[in-house]
Design a protein around this ligand. Structure first.
Ligand code: RTP
Ligand code: MG
Length: 143
C-alpha cells in the first residue's frame, strides 16, 4: 500500500472538551504518524476559504460560525493508505450514524459539532495540508 499524507482537524467542540490527547491517541494507535501539528483560532475568512466547496450548502453559515467559535488543532498525518485509514477511524459525518469506537461516535454530539475533520481524497489532502502548513513545517519521520 502507498504511503500517503492526509489533513486532520480537531474541531472546537473536541478542543473545548479536552479531548485533544485522546484523539491523538486514536491516530497513533491506527499507525498514523503526526508529521505537523499546531493550534490555531480561525478567522471567518480562513474558515470560509477552507470550506469553500460547501459555500452554497444550507449549513455553510453554521459551519463557519462553529469552526471560528474556538481554537482548533490542525495536523498532517502520514501512513499507509492514510486518507482512508483516517476516514475509517473518524466514522460517519453524523455521530448518530458512526460505528462505536470511531472518533465521532465516541467524542461528538451532533452533525454540526462532530469533533474532527479528515480529508476525503489525496487531492483534497494536498490542498488542505498546503492551506495550513508551509513545506518547512512538515517533518517527515526518518525513524
Ligand atoms: P469533514 O469535511 O469535516 O471531515 O466532514 P465530512 O467530509 O464527513 O462532511 P462534509 O460533507 O465535508 O461536511 C463538512 C462538515 O459540515 C458539517 N455538515 N453539516 N447539517 C448538515 O447537514 C451538515 N452536513 C455537513 C459537518 O460538521 C461536516 O463535518
Ligand atoms: Mg468533508
Amino acid at each position: 500500500m502507498a504511503i500517503e499524507r492526509t489533513f486532520s482537524i480537531i474541531k472546537p467542540d473536541a478542543v473545548a472538551k479536552n479531548n485533544i490527547g485522546a484523539i491523538y491517541n486514536r491516530f497513533e494507535t491506527a499507525g498514523l504518524k503526526i508529521i505537523a501539528s499546531k493550534m490555531v483560532h480561525l478567522t471567518k475568512e480562513q474558515a470560509e476559504g477552507f470550506y469553500a466547496e460547501h459555500s452554497e450548502r444550507p449549513f455553510f453559515g453554521a459551519l463557519v460560525a462553529f469552526m471560528t467559535s474556538g481554537p482548533i488543532v490542525v495536523q498532517t498525518l502520514e501512513g499507509e493508505n492514510a486518507v482512508l485509514t483516517h476516514r475509517d477511524i473518524l466514522g460517519a459525518t453524523n455521530p448518530a450514524e458512526a460505528v462505536l469506537g470511531t472518533i465521532r461516535a465516541d467524542f461528538a454530539q451532533s452533525i454540526d459539532e462532530n469533533a474532527a475533520h479528515g480529508s476525503d481524497s489525496v487531492e483534497s489532502a494536498q490542498r488542505e495540508v498546503a492551506y495550513f502548513f508551509s513545506a518547512e513545517e512538515l517533518c517527515p519521520r526518518t525513524r
